[in-house]
Ligand binder design. Structure first.
Ligand SMILES: [Zn+2]
Length: 371
Protein backbone atom coordinates (compact mmCIF):
# COMPACT_ATOMS: atom_id res chain seq x y z
CA UNK A 1 0.00 0.00 0.00
CA UNK A 2 1.30 3.44 -0.86
CA UNK A 3 0.51 6.53 1.18
CA UNK A 4 0.27 9.86 -0.62
CA UNK A 5 0.27 13.26 1.05
CA UNK A 6 -1.52 16.15 -0.66
CA UNK A 7 -0.88 19.67 0.57
CA UNK A 8 -3.75 22.13 0.68
CA UNK A 9 -3.15 25.79 -0.05
CA UNK A 10 -1.80 27.37 3.10
CA UNK A 11 -4.52 29.47 4.78
CA UNK A 12 -1.92 31.66 6.49
CA UNK A 13 1.88 31.87 6.56
CA UNK A 14 3.38 29.19 8.75
CA UNK A 15 0.24 27.04 8.56
CA UNK A 16 -0.31 24.01 6.34
CA UNK A 17 -2.92 21.25 6.23
CA UNK A 18 -2.56 18.02 4.30
CA UNK A 19 -4.85 15.28 3.04
CA UNK A 20 -3.75 11.63 3.12
CA UNK A 21 -4.77 8.99 0.58
CA UNK A 22 -4.04 5.25 0.81
CA UNK A 23 -3.46 3.43 -2.48
CA UNK A 24 -4.03 -0.31 -2.95
CA UNK A 25 -3.76 -2.63 -5.93
CA UNK A 26 -2.57 -1.45 -9.30
CA UNK A 27 -3.62 1.06 -11.93
CA UNK A 28 -4.82 0.14 -15.40
CA UNK A 29 -7.92 -1.86 -14.48
CA UNK A 30 -11.06 -0.85 -12.61
CA UNK A 31 -10.65 1.88 -10.02
CA UNK A 32 -12.64 2.45 -6.84
CA UNK A 33 -12.35 5.61 -4.77
CA UNK A 34 -13.72 5.71 -1.22
CA UNK A 35 -13.64 8.73 1.08
CA UNK A 36 -14.95 9.26 4.59
CA UNK A 37 -16.24 12.24 6.52
CA UNK A 38 -16.32 14.98 3.90
CA UNK A 39 -18.68 16.44 6.47
CA UNK A 40 -16.00 16.28 9.10
CA UNK A 41 -18.35 15.76 12.05
CA UNK A 42 -19.97 12.67 10.49
CA UNK A 43 -17.89 9.93 12.06
CA UNK A 44 -19.35 6.54 11.05
CA UNK A 45 -17.42 6.70 7.76
CA UNK A 46 -14.10 7.25 9.49
CA UNK A 47 -14.58 4.10 11.55
CA UNK A 48 -15.64 2.18 8.42
CA UNK A 49 -12.43 3.47 6.77
CA UNK A 50 -10.40 2.08 9.68
CA UNK A 51 -11.96 -1.36 9.20
CA UNK A 52 -11.68 -1.09 5.41
CA UNK A 53 -7.98 -0.34 5.78
CA UNK A 54 -7.40 -3.50 7.82
CA UNK A 55 -9.34 -5.61 5.33
CA UNK A 56 -7.60 -4.05 2.34
CA UNK A 57 -4.18 -4.59 4.01
CA UNK A 58 -5.02 -8.30 4.40
CA UNK A 59 -6.33 -8.60 0.83
CA UNK A 60 -3.25 -6.84 -0.51
CA UNK A 61 -0.99 -9.22 1.45
CA UNK A 62 -2.91 -12.15 -0.05
CA UNK A 63 -2.48 -10.70 -3.55
CA UNK A 64 -6.23 -10.44 -4.05
CA UNK A 65 -6.66 -6.78 -5.04
CA UNK A 66 -6.94 -6.96 -8.81
CA UNK A 67 -8.13 -3.39 -9.38
CA UNK A 68 -7.08 -0.08 -7.87
CA UNK A 69 -8.60 1.07 -4.59
CA UNK A 70 -7.98 4.53 -3.14
CA UNK A 71 -9.10 5.16 0.42
CA UNK A 72 -9.22 8.64 1.94
CA UNK A 73 -10.06 8.00 5.60
CA UNK A 74 -10.41 11.68 6.56
CA UNK A 75 -11.54 13.67 3.55
CA UNK A 76 -11.84 17.07 5.18
CA UNK A 77 -8.80 18.29 7.11
CA UNK A 78 -10.22 21.84 7.18
CA UNK A 79 -13.45 20.74 8.84
CA UNK A 80 -11.61 18.56 11.33
CA UNK A 81 -10.16 21.64 12.98
CA UNK A 82 -13.37 23.69 13.23
CA UNK A 83 -14.78 23.82 16.73
CA UNK A 84 -16.92 26.41 18.48
CA UNK A 85 -17.45 26.24 22.23
CA UNK A 86 -16.51 22.54 22.28
CA UNK A 87 -18.92 21.72 19.42
CA UNK A 88 -17.51 20.25 16.20
CA UNK A 89 -18.62 22.30 13.17
CA UNK A 90 -17.86 19.99 10.27
CA UNK A 91 -20.57 20.63 7.67
CA UNK A 92 -19.88 24.23 6.62
CA UNK A 93 -16.57 26.01 6.30
CA UNK A 94 -16.66 28.70 8.98
CA UNK A 95 -14.74 31.12 6.74
CA UNK A 96 -17.31 31.17 3.91
CA UNK A 97 -20.38 29.36 5.25
CA UNK A 98 -20.09 27.00 2.27
CA UNK A 99 -21.15 23.39 2.65
CA UNK A 100 -18.08 21.16 2.24
CA UNK A 101 -20.16 18.86 0.03
CA UNK A 102 -21.33 21.45 -2.50
CA UNK A 103 -19.90 23.61 -5.29
CA UNK A 104 -17.61 21.08 -6.97
CA UNK A 105 -16.61 22.63 -10.30
CA UNK A 106 -18.50 21.57 -13.43
CA UNK A 107 -16.09 20.31 -16.11
CA UNK A 108 -18.49 19.15 -18.84
CA UNK A 109 -18.00 21.97 -21.36
CA UNK A 110 -14.21 22.04 -21.03
CA UNK A 111 -14.01 18.27 -21.46
CA UNK A 112 -16.50 18.22 -24.36
CA UNK A 113 -14.37 20.71 -26.30
CA UNK A 114 -11.18 18.74 -25.59
CA UNK A 115 -12.52 15.29 -26.56
CA UNK A 116 -14.96 15.89 -29.42
CA UNK A 117 -12.43 15.30 -32.21
CA UNK A 118 -11.26 12.01 -30.67
CA UNK A 119 -14.59 10.35 -29.83
CA UNK A 120 -16.07 7.58 -31.94
CA UNK A 121 -18.38 4.56 -31.71
CA UNK A 122 -16.06 2.62 -29.38
CA UNK A 123 -17.28 3.10 -25.78
CA UNK A 124 -14.08 1.79 -24.14
CA UNK A 125 -11.94 4.14 -26.22
CA UNK A 126 -14.21 7.07 -25.39
CA UNK A 127 -14.07 6.33 -21.66
CA UNK A 128 -10.26 6.47 -21.75
CA UNK A 129 -10.20 9.73 -23.70
CA UNK A 130 -12.83 11.41 -21.51
CA UNK A 131 -11.09 10.35 -18.27
CA UNK A 132 -7.74 11.64 -19.53
CA UNK A 133 -9.17 15.06 -20.39
CA UNK A 134 -11.35 15.21 -17.28
CA UNK A 135 -8.30 14.65 -15.08
CA UNK A 136 -6.45 17.37 -16.97
CA UNK A 137 -9.36 19.79 -16.60
CA UNK A 138 -9.68 19.08 -12.86
CA UNK A 139 -5.95 19.50 -12.26
CA UNK A 140 -5.94 22.75 -14.23
CA UNK A 141 -9.03 24.22 -12.54
CA UNK A 142 -8.33 27.35 -10.51
CA UNK A 143 -7.95 27.07 -6.74
CA UNK A 144 -7.17 30.22 -4.80
CA UNK A 145 -8.33 29.25 -1.33
CA UNK A 146 -7.67 26.37 1.02
CA UNK A 147 -11.25 25.11 0.53
CA UNK A 148 -10.98 25.24 -3.27
CA UNK A 149 -7.69 23.35 -3.11
CA UNK A 150 -9.28 20.67 -0.92
CA UNK A 151 -12.10 20.24 -3.48
CA UNK A 152 -9.58 20.02 -6.30
CA UNK A 153 -7.49 17.36 -4.53
CA UNK A 154 -10.57 15.22 -3.85
CA UNK A 155 -11.78 15.55 -7.44
CA UNK A 156 -8.34 14.81 -8.86
CA UNK A 157 -8.15 11.56 -6.88
CA UNK A 158 -11.67 10.44 -7.82
CA UNK A 159 -12.77 11.85 -11.18
CA UNK A 160 -11.44 8.96 -13.29
CA UNK A 161 -12.78 6.17 -11.04
CA UNK A 162 -15.32 3.51 -12.02
CA UNK A 163 -16.77 3.51 -8.50
CA UNK A 164 -16.90 6.46 -6.08
CA UNK A 165 -18.26 6.01 -2.55
CA UNK A 166 -18.64 9.11 -0.38
CA UNK A 167 -19.29 8.00 3.21
CA UNK A 168 -21.59 10.28 5.20
CA UNK A 169 -24.32 9.93 7.83
CA UNK A 170 -27.56 11.64 8.78
CA UNK A 171 -28.53 12.69 12.32
CA UNK A 172 -30.65 9.63 13.21
CA UNK A 173 -31.40 7.40 10.25
CA UNK A 174 -31.51 4.01 8.60
CA UNK A 175 -28.89 3.10 6.00
CA UNK A 176 -29.72 4.99 2.79
CA UNK A 177 -28.00 6.16 -0.40
CA UNK A 178 -28.08 9.10 -2.80
CA UNK A 179 -27.07 8.70 -6.43
CA UNK A 180 -27.90 10.15 -9.82
CA UNK A 181 -30.69 8.41 -11.72
CA UNK A 182 -28.43 7.14 -14.55
CA UNK A 183 -26.30 5.36 -11.90
CA UNK A 184 -29.19 3.33 -10.47
CA UNK A 185 -28.78 0.19 -12.62
CA UNK A 186 -25.24 -0.25 -11.21
CA UNK A 187 -26.11 1.08 -7.77
CA UNK A 188 -28.73 -1.61 -7.20
CA UNK A 189 -26.06 -4.19 -6.29
CA UNK A 190 -24.35 -1.76 -3.90
CA UNK A 191 -27.70 -1.04 -2.22
CA UNK A 192 -28.22 -4.77 -1.74
CA UNK A 193 -24.77 -5.40 -0.30
CA UNK A 194 -25.10 -2.42 2.07
CA UNK A 195 -28.64 -3.45 3.10
CA UNK A 196 -29.80 0.03 2.19
CA UNK A 197 -33.46 0.75 2.95
CA UNK A 198 -33.85 3.42 0.27
CA UNK A 199 -31.80 4.98 -2.53
CA UNK A 200 -32.80 8.54 -3.41
CA UNK A 201 -32.44 9.33 -7.10
CA UNK A 202 -32.03 12.70 -8.76
CA UNK A 203 -30.26 14.19 -11.72
CA UNK A 204 -28.52 17.48 -11.02
CA UNK A 205 -30.11 17.99 -7.60
CA UNK A 206 -28.53 21.44 -7.24
CA UNK A 207 -25.25 23.06 -6.09
CA UNK A 208 -23.02 20.19 -7.30
CA UNK A 209 -22.39 17.83 -4.40
CA UNK A 210 -19.27 15.69 -4.64
CA UNK A 211 -20.93 12.47 -5.83
CA UNK A 212 -22.76 14.23 -8.67
CA UNK A 213 -19.58 16.05 -9.74
CA UNK A 214 -18.05 12.61 -10.35
CA UNK A 215 -21.00 11.01 -12.18
CA UNK A 216 -22.58 13.90 -14.08
CA UNK A 217 -19.88 14.26 -16.75
CA UNK A 218 -20.97 10.98 -18.34
CA UNK A 219 -24.70 11.52 -18.76
CA UNK A 220 -24.14 15.19 -19.60
CA UNK A 221 -21.70 14.35 -22.41
CA UNK A 222 -24.06 11.65 -23.64
CA UNK A 223 -26.91 14.17 -23.70
CA UNK A 224 -24.73 16.75 -25.44
CA UNK A 225 -23.45 14.46 -28.20
CA UNK A 226 -26.61 12.39 -28.60
CA UNK A 227 -26.16 9.37 -30.87
CA UNK A 228 -22.94 10.65 -32.42
CA UNK A 229 -20.66 8.79 -29.97
CA UNK A 230 -20.90 5.80 -27.63
CA UNK A 231 -20.68 7.25 -24.10
CA UNK A 232 -21.58 4.94 -21.20
CA UNK A 233 -22.29 5.95 -17.60
CA UNK A 234 -18.70 5.03 -16.71
CA UNK A 235 -18.77 6.23 -13.10
CA UNK A 236 -21.04 4.87 -10.38
CA UNK A 237 -20.87 7.59 -7.74
CA UNK A 238 -22.85 7.25 -4.53
CA UNK A 239 -23.30 9.14 -1.29
CA UNK A 240 -23.60 6.46 1.40
CA UNK A 241 -25.49 7.58 4.51
CA UNK A 242 -24.21 5.29 7.24
CA UNK A 243 -27.27 5.68 9.50
CA UNK A 244 -27.02 8.30 12.27
CA UNK A 245 -24.25 10.43 13.72
CA UNK A 246 -23.80 8.35 16.88
CA UNK A 247 -23.96 4.99 15.10
CA UNK A 248 -20.20 4.72 15.50
CA UNK A 249 -19.63 1.17 16.69
CA UNK A 250 -17.07 -1.45 15.71
CA UNK A 251 -19.87 -3.96 15.05
CA UNK A 252 -21.65 -1.77 12.50
CA UNK A 253 -18.47 -0.37 10.96
CA UNK A 254 -16.88 -3.80 10.52
CA UNK A 255 -20.05 -5.08 8.84
CA UNK A 256 -20.29 -2.03 6.57
CA UNK A 257 -16.62 -2.36 5.60
CA UNK A 258 -17.15 -6.04 4.78
CA UNK A 259 -20.22 -5.17 2.69
CA UNK A 260 -18.16 -2.66 0.70
CA UNK A 261 -15.45 -5.30 0.18
CA UNK A 262 -18.14 -7.76 -0.94
CA UNK A 263 -19.43 -5.22 -3.46
CA UNK A 264 -15.90 -4.60 -4.78
CA UNK A 265 -15.46 -8.37 -5.16
CA UNK A 266 -18.82 -8.57 -6.95
CA UNK A 267 -17.56 -5.87 -9.31
CA UNK A 268 -14.29 -7.74 -9.94
CA UNK A 269 -11.82 -5.46 -8.14
CA UNK A 270 -11.04 -8.20 -5.63
CA UNK A 271 -10.25 -11.70 -6.82
CA UNK A 272 -11.33 -14.98 -5.27
CA UNK A 273 -14.81 -16.11 -4.29
CA UNK A 274 -17.39 -13.47 -5.10
CA UNK A 275 -20.20 -13.36 -2.52
CA UNK A 276 -23.78 -13.97 -3.67
CA UNK A 277 -25.86 -10.88 -4.38
CA UNK A 278 -28.13 -10.37 -1.33
CA UNK A 279 -31.89 -9.86 -1.62
CA UNK A 280 -32.87 -6.19 -1.67
CA UNK A 281 -34.16 -4.84 1.65
CA UNK A 282 -35.14 -1.50 0.14
CA UNK A 283 -35.85 0.21 -3.16
CA UNK A 284 -35.08 3.36 -5.16
CA UNK A 285 -37.29 6.44 -4.93
CA UNK A 286 -37.12 9.96 -6.36
CA UNK A 287 -35.25 12.49 -4.23
CA UNK A 288 -38.03 14.84 -5.34
CA UNK A 289 -40.39 12.60 -3.36
CA UNK A 290 -38.33 12.77 -0.15
CA UNK A 291 -40.43 15.11 1.96
CA UNK A 292 -38.93 17.30 4.69
CA UNK A 293 -41.07 17.52 7.82
CA UNK A 294 -40.95 21.11 9.00
CA UNK A 295 -41.54 22.39 12.52
CA UNK A 296 -44.28 25.04 12.26
CA UNK A 297 -43.64 26.45 15.71
CA UNK A 298 -40.92 26.52 18.35
CA UNK A 299 -40.72 24.20 21.32
CA UNK A 300 -39.63 20.85 22.66
CA UNK A 301 -39.52 18.22 19.94
CA UNK A 302 -40.68 14.73 20.81
CA UNK A 303 -40.91 12.02 18.17
CA UNK A 304 -43.78 9.53 18.20
CA UNK A 305 -42.35 7.30 15.48
CA UNK A 306 -38.98 5.65 14.93
CA UNK A 307 -36.80 5.82 11.83
CA UNK A 308 -37.30 2.77 9.65
CA UNK A 309 -41.09 2.74 10.10
CA UNK A 310 -43.43 2.87 7.14
CA UNK A 311 -45.88 5.73 7.65
CA UNK A 312 -49.07 6.94 6.00
CA UNK A 313 -50.00 10.45 4.91
CA UNK A 314 -51.48 12.20 7.94
CA UNK A 315 -49.67 10.09 10.53
CA UNK A 316 -48.35 12.21 13.38
CA UNK A 317 -44.56 11.78 13.49
CA UNK A 318 -43.71 14.26 16.22
CA UNK A 319 -45.02 16.83 18.68
CA UNK A 320 -43.66 20.31 19.21
CA UNK A 321 -44.60 21.26 22.74
CA UNK A 322 -44.75 24.65 24.45
CA UNK A 323 -44.55 23.95 28.19
CA UNK A 324 -45.66 27.50 29.07
CA UNK A 325 -48.93 27.51 27.12
CA UNK A 326 -49.27 23.72 27.25
CA UNK A 327 -49.96 23.67 23.51
CA UNK A 328 -49.00 20.69 21.39
CA UNK A 329 -48.39 21.07 17.66
CA UNK A 330 -48.57 17.89 15.60
CA UNK A 331 -46.09 17.34 12.77
CA UNK A 332 -47.61 14.98 10.20
CA UNK A 333 -46.26 13.08 7.26
CA UNK A 334 -47.51 14.62 4.00
CA UNK A 335 -47.11 11.32 2.12
CA UNK A 336 -47.17 7.56 2.45
CA UNK A 337 -43.55 6.49 2.67
CA UNK A 338 -40.50 5.40 4.64
CA UNK A 339 -39.66 7.53 7.69
CA UNK A 340 -35.91 7.25 7.08
CA UNK A 341 -34.25 10.13 8.92
CA UNK A 342 -34.82 12.61 11.74
CA UNK A 343 -32.85 15.23 13.63
CA UNK A 344 -31.12 14.54 16.92
CA UNK A 345 -31.89 17.99 18.34
CA UNK A 346 -34.92 18.10 20.60
CA UNK A 347 -35.54 21.82 20.60
CA UNK A 348 -37.27 22.70 17.35
CA UNK A 349 -37.34 26.23 16.01
CA UNK A 350 -40.08 27.35 13.64
CA UNK A 351 -39.14 26.51 10.05
CA UNK A 352 -36.60 23.86 10.96
CA UNK A 353 -36.64 20.58 9.01
CA UNK A 354 -36.77 17.89 11.67
CA UNK A 355 -37.36 14.69 9.70
CA UNK A 356 -37.64 13.14 6.23
CA UNK A 357 -40.12 10.71 4.71
CA UNK A 358 -39.33 9.08 1.36
CA UNK A 359 -42.47 8.86 -0.75
CA UNK A 360 -42.70 7.10 -4.08
CA UNK A 361 -43.91 10.04 -6.18
CA UNK A 362 -41.75 13.01 -7.23
CA UNK A 363 -43.53 16.12 -5.98
CA UNK A 364 -40.82 18.67 -5.16
CA UNK A 365 -39.01 20.94 -7.61
CA UNK A 366 -36.00 23.25 -7.40
CA UNK A 367 -32.95 22.48 -5.29
CA UNK A 368 -33.53 19.09 -3.70
CA UNK A 369 -30.78 18.83 -1.08
CA UNK A 370 -30.82 20.41 2.35
CA UNK A 371 -28.38 23.22 3.19
ZN1 LIG B 1 -22.87 14.49 5.12
Amino acid sequence: MAIQTHRLISPAPGTQRELISLHYGQTGGQKAYIQASLHADELPGMLVAYHLRKKLDALQAAGRISGEVILVPMANPIGLSQHLLYMHMGRFETQTGENFNRHYPEQTEAVAAAVEAELNGDAAHNVKVIRRELKKAVDASPAHTELQSQRRILMSLSCDADIVLDLHCDAQAVMHLYTETPCWPECDALARFLRSRVTLLAQDSGDNPFDEACSQIWWKLKAKFGERFAIPQACLSVTVELRGAVDVTHTLAEQDAQHIIDFLAHRGLISGDSPALPEAVGDARPLAGSMPIKATTTGVLSFLREVGETVQAGDVLAHVICPISATVTELKSPVDGLFFARDFLRFATAGMNVAKVAGKEATRTGKLLSA
